[in-house]
Design a protein around this ligand. Structure first.
Ligand code: G3I
Length: 354
């Protein structure tokens, strides 16, 4: 299948994979209606479920206690509803982009639980019945060593802070699916810690419908074997598995993981692809995206694949862990399909390579 040159004439991504899994995208900024016309066309044509990149995070949506600001998130939900797209809320509890009032130093457990309840009921309650699901807790598992990440929620509430958040989300919106979302949880050690967390949540009677493997992978370092094994192990818990923040970074980022607290100052010379992505690199990215989609497309493997951004120009990877021109997605800065787009479409016709 040839690479078509415009989003309007390209086969729809989500329609191509509709029998296997949903295809979604994260949308940033104030509102999808403020996107350029090409970006809006891209968003509606290729994705049938949207994730707000930032506007529903605790800080942006609830900056002051008791005074949530739904202006940006309402615009996104209304856009999606107008276009028949689902919305996954992101995210109710996270240690990043948190308002100061939610976890003040020294807050006692009962007060912290009361404030978390206030936040979750305000936000998930506002969208009750309108969202497909929620990333209830984001990135609560430690990257190394211990079990849980040392977050303000862990310090204030204790090791059951994840369980409490899931219980509150279920109260606030009984209709929404509830997910745990994290990065690098395909990797063996962090995968075992995440499996432990999920088993404990399920044993405690929490409603957990799925787990989100974020999928912030790096070209030539994509852990295909770990991804396949992780999908199988999470599925074995009876959970839906979703790839929630997919991108394939073409600029290496040694020892950065996906923890945004890490920052790097790159020299201009490190901006390797400021003039565009070389064909040879684009070809390698295409093949690695195709292999990922062959794994995702295996029967019953995943229920959703969400790209973390609409096109290369809107990717967080242009500024993290430092500023350099990146090309991690399927569409270029002009919304044109890249080689990776055609390779992903072609993957549906070719079985996974063992
Ligand atoms: O909106 C403010 C703006 O008013 C202000 O002028 C500007 C400068 O300080 O900051 C703007 O907020 C920024 C926000 O993106 C919106 O652009 C924050 O500083 C910036 O930290 C934030 O970065 C986001 C990051 O999460 C932290 O929340 C990225 O766009 C977003 O792609 C990234 O996404 C996360 C997922 O939520 C969780 N998994 C990892 C993933 C990548 O880090």
């Amino acid at each position: 299948m040839s690479v078509l040159t415009s989003p309007a004439s390209s086969p729809s991504l989500w329609r191509t994979f509709a029998q296997r899994f949903q295809v979604g995208a994260a949308v940033g900024g104030r509102s999808p209606d403020s996107l350029g016309s090409g970006e809006r066309e891209l968003c509606v044509r290729h994705f049938d479920v949207l994730t707000p990149e930032n506007c529903m995070k605790p800080g942006p949506v609830h900056p002051e206690r008791g005074r949530p600001d739904f202006s940006a998130s309402d615009a996104l939900v209304e856009f999606a509803e107008r276009h028949g797209q689902g919305v996954v809320g992101h995210c109710l509890s996270w240690h990043q982009q948190c308002p100061d009032w939610l976890w003040p130093a020294g807050i006692d457990r009962q007060s912290a639980l009361a404030q978390l309840s206030e936040h979750i009921h305000a936000v998930a309650g506002h969208y009750r019945g309108r969202l497909q699901g929620w990333d209830v807790v984001n990135e609560a598992v430690a990257d190394d060593g211990e079990f849980l990440r040392a977050t303000p929620a862990l310090r204030a509430i204790g090791p059951d802070h994840v369980l409490r958040a899931f219980e509150l989300a279920r109260e606030a919106d009984p209709n929404a699916e509830l997910y745990y979302n994290d990065y690098n949880i395909e990797q063996p050690a962090k995968r075992q810690r995440t499996l432990r967390l999920l088993r404990e949540l399920l044993a405690a009677g929490a409603r957990v419908d799925g787990v989100g493997i974020q999928g912030h992978w790096i070209l030539d370092q994509v852990p295909f074997g770990d991804i396949r094994a992780a999908i199988a192990e999470y599925r074995a818990l009876g959970l839906k598995v979703m790839i929630t923040e997919l991108d394939v970074d073409v600029v290496d980022r040694p020892d950065c993981g996906a923890d945004i607290s890490v920052q790097r100052a790159y020299a201009p010379a490190a901006d390797l692809y400021r003039d565009g992505l070389p064909d040879a690199v684009a070809a390698r990215q295409a093949e690695q995206y195709a292999e990922l989609f062959r794994i995702f497309g295996e029967p019953g493997a995943v229920s959703r694949v969400t790209f973390w951004g609409l096109h290369d120009g809107m990717s967080w990877l242009n500024t993290w862990p430092g500023k350099r021109t990146n090309h991690p997605l399927l569409f270029d800065r002009a919304c044109r399909p890249k080689a990776a787009f055609a390779a992903v479409l072609d993957s549906i016709a070719s079985p996974v390579r063992r």
